[in-house]
Design a protein around this ligand. Structure first.
Ligand code: GAP
Length: 456
């Protein structure tokens, strides 16, 4: 009986902090606004997601994985359009001296208004004329101004215009600028993809909603290069693949939807973009995006670098390939998976338990080995150590507190199975397997453990 109570976001965050999934960044100094560190349990999930992504998007597709740097030659960002176009529009309330994203204010107060249909001037007029109170303050609005989202930094000891550079706002550009290197060294034939996983940085005006929008985040991006005539086919192909991927990780079908961007909404580089959205506690929000970037990036880098990034076809003709880009934010995906899995279940004795119904593929641990009492700990540790040394199963061990409490603890961090060692295990070599979701128990021989989990 799944008695799924309201998923109050604050309760979920408190739970994740309590259990060691997330910590507030710089907590002993009062924290840093909307910045979270990941504890061991979140890192374990993230590692599973990354390795599954590598398997699905790189290995099975025979694509290539690279690792380029966060700091790149400044010309990359001029060519990519990020220096000139990568801005949000902010507006300042001169009474409380706070700056807000104009689109966020409008979405907050007029959710039914189709922002894309209005010019900036019209949005400014709406805000100035209609919003006299906001964020607990009277208002005196300034003008809407573009605000570039790239994080500026400085390289080397001299602080001047030439030392100024940026932290990457997307991992994609590291792929485009290595297109020539990779095609030459791997002799790859179109179509092929180049992917990478890494940190990106955006100086978001209003980071918010826990790990949904932060200034430092991680992306898993693939640029799939193909001929123009195949681009529509691969655009659809990667949309489906991305959708299957998040379902495979365990997101519920009813909590995701596909949304195609309108023409006005498209990024400066895009010929077409579709988002997979997730029903977050604050409403539908972009989880990941698939874009048809066309020839934009390779063309721009050819123009700015003077290097040819053309691809030589077997018939001797040269083309600039199209790039189809599935881009997934790891932090958002982690957030969605955790909320999707969070369940409070009412038990028959009026008690309740919190369960993270994470799919076994991504659970921090697949199995917890538990002695019924401390007396059984040497037998239990032997089984635990055997599984650690001889299998790839993600196992943990816990002997502190009552067995009931330890089952709850494992439920709360999403461990799908517990192996319990009891009084008789030493003599009859039998252990109990407890299922997280059904709480059903079955007994098997120690010698069957490995097979049991291989076949599950
Ligand atoms: N290379 C294309 C690109 O970066 P994007 O839609 O700006 O496209 C892709 O970002 C994904 O990165 C988003 O769907 C989201 O999952 C994630 N992302 C973007 N900005 C983020 C932020 N401030 N915090 C967390 N994740 C973010």
């Amino acid at each position: 009986m799944d008695n799924n109570l309201e998923k109050d976001i604050q309760n979920v965050i408190a739970h994740l902090k309590n259990q060691g999934f997330v910590y507030q960044n710089s907590e002993i100094y009062g924290g840093l606004v909307n910045t979270w560190d990941y504890g061991p349990l979140a890192v374990a999930i993230l590692n599973q997601i990354k390795s599954l992504w590598i398997n699905e998007f790189i290995r099975k597709e025979r694509n290539f994985l690279i690792d380029s740097k966060i700091i790149m030659n400044k010309s990359v960002w001029k060519a990519s359009g990020h220096i000139d176009n990568f801005s949000d529009y902010l507006i300042e309330n001169k009474i409380n001296n706070k700056r807000y994203r104009a689109d966020h204010i409008i979405k907050d107060l007029f959710p039914d208004l189709d922002i894309e249909k209005y010019t900036l001037e019209q949005l400014e007029t709406i805000i100035k004329e209609k919003i006299k109170k906001y964020d607990g303050s009277e208002t005196n609005w300034g003008n809407i101004r573009p605000f570039n989202l790239m994080f500026k930094t400085q390289m080397g000891a001299i602080d001047n215009a030439t030392s100024e550079t940026f932290l990457r706002p997307e991992t994609a550009q590291g792929i485009f600028v290595n297109f020539k290197n990779l095609s030459r060294s791997s002799r790859a034939k179109l179509p092929f993809g180049i992917g990478q996983i890494g940190k990106s940085f955006r100086n978001e005006i209003t980071p918010r909603d826990f790990i949904f929008r932060t200034r430092e985040f991680e992306q898993m991006e693939l640029e799939f290069f193909c001929e123009e005539k195949d681009s529509e086919h691969f655009y659809k192909y990667w949309i489906n693949k991305a959708k299957d991927f998040v379902l495979m990780l365990g997101l519920k079908q009813e909590n995701i939807r596909l949304r195609e961007h309108s023409k006005e909404e498209l990024s400066h580089y895009s010929k077409g973009t579709s988002d997979i959205e997730y029903l977050f506690p604050f409403g539908w929000g972009e989880l990941l995006g698939i874009a048809n970037r066309g020839q934009y990036d390779l063309e721009q880098h050819m123009k700015f670098s003077g290097e040819s990034l053309e691809y030589l076809k077997e018939d001797g003709t040269k083309i600039i390939p199209y790039a189809i880009e599935p881009s997934i934010g790891l932090d958002r995906l982690l957030f969605a998976l955790l909320i999707d899995a969070y369940v409070i279940e009412k038990l028959d004795n009026n008690d309740e338990r919190i369960i993270l119904k994470l799919d076994r593929k991504i659970a921090p641990y697949e199995i917890a080995v538990l002695p019924l009492m401390k007396k059984q700990s040497s037998e239990a540790k032997e089984i635990f150590n055997y599984l650690l040394a001889n299998t790839n199963l993600r196992v943990t061990y816990d002997e502190s507190g009552s067995i009931g409490k330890r089952y709850r603890r494992q439920d709360a961090i999403g461990t799908p199975y517990c192996i319990t060692i009891d009084f008789d295990t030493t003599t009859n070599k039998i252990v109990t397997i407890r299922n997280r979701d059904t709480m059903k128990q079955e007994t098997i021989l120690i010698s069957e453990i490995e097979n049991y989990f291989r076949n599950k």
